[in-house]
Ligand binder design. Structure first.
Ligand code: IPE
Ligand code: IPE
Ligand code: MG
Ligand code: MG
Length: 298
């Protein structure tokens, strides 16, 4: 990672972490554990890629980044919920995440399920909050809510997660694999960019550019995730599986090999950059984070 980008990412991560802290729901009587579990996973060292993409997209269309902070946090809530549930024994059965115990290993399955439920719900509470979202016109707020709900629900991440589980049981085509990646991972990444653009009051042309960029880097992101999982980076990635005999997942490295997967990643990055032409030199930060997605080591 080049130094300026690393420092830039740190700055953005700090901004996002501060906002996440400030919006974090206050304590409730008799339900301390579930709130602790939400907090544990939310502040376990995530890279904050989705919120950062949202803020950068807002800036790229000429908006003030701070307007996009609540939506950025809501996206991280949804991402965190998806990881908590993804690690559960009924799904991927992973004991660790980011080098720490996964949520259910630390707090028990029941609390982890509830923590995921709460994070997903709180995301929409934030997005529709009159005070928190007061800088975003009501019409835009509804567009943002619709975009994120679509990306997280049955048209998006949930469908991808189900297809991913199905693919453990049968041999699947490359088209099926693309579907899994685009939905389980790509959809929320794309929505992060689109919402940043909407909040920044981008033009229709700018929003569709962000959408195309998001499609490309969303797929590239999951290909890189799978590459990292097989490149013996488990220690850096901080993941450990709950069972010895883990079911085979459908992945690009598994289906087309490491070299082809890396090649495809680069190809997608090239297409992603082209999608940003409309932004001229304002595309700089988005292009850099696109490159980071493929060069990262965790
Ligand atoms: C990991 O996402 C899971 C996928 C959707 C591929 P990230 O790599 O963004 O996870 P954290 O939050 O930074 O750990
Ligand atoms: C995670 O996909 C996607 C979601 C949580 C929606 P994976 O299961 O491939 O990601 P990791 O490897 O557990 O982070
Ligand atoms: Mg999974
Ligand atoms: Mg998983």
């Amino acid at each position: 990672l080049v130094k300026p980008l690393r420092e830039e990412l740190k700055k953005f991560q700090g901004l996002v972490d501060g906002a996440l802290r400030s919006y974090f729901p206050p304590a409730v009587p008799y339900a301390h554990r579930v709130r602790k579990a939400m907090e544990y996973s939310l502040f376990a060292g995530g890279k904050r890629i989705r919120p950062i993409l949202c803020l950068m997209a807002c800036k790229a269309v000429g908006g003030r980044m701070i307007k996009a902070l609540p939506a950025a946090c809501a996206l991280e809530y949804i991402h965190t919920y998806s990881l908590i549930h993804d690690d559960l024994p009924a799904l991927d059965n992973d004991d660790t995440r980011r080098g720490l115990l996964s949520c259910h290993k630390k707090f028990g399955e029941a609390t982890a399920i509830l923590a995921g439920d709460a994070l997903l719900t709180e995301a929409f509470s934030l997005l529709s909050h009159r005070e928190v979202m007061k800088k975003v016109p009501a019409g835009t707020r509804i567009q943002v809510i619709q975009e994120i709900a679509g990306a997280a629900g049955i048209q998006g991440m949930v469908a991808g997660q189900e297809a991913d589980l199905e693919a453990e049981k049968k041999k699947v085509s490359l088209a099926y694999l693309r579907y899994i990646h685009n939905h389980k991972t790509g959809a929320l990444i794309k929505a992060s960019l689109v919402c940043g653009g909407l909040i920044g009051e981008g033009t229709t042309g700018e929003i569709s550019s962000l959408r195309r960029f998001g499609e490309k880097i969303g797929l590239a992101f999951q290909i890189k995730d799978d590459l990292l999982n097989v490149e013996g980076q488990a220690r850096v990635m901080g993941k450990k599986t709950g069972t010895d005999e883990k079911k085979a997942k459908a992945t690009f490295p598994g289906m087309v090999g490491m070299e082809q997967s890396k090649h495809l990643g680069q190809e997608l990055l090239g297409e992603a950059k082209k999608a940003l032409k409309i932004f001229g030199k304002d595309a700089g930060p988005l292009v850099e984070i696109g490159a980071y997605i493929l060069s990262r080591d965790k």
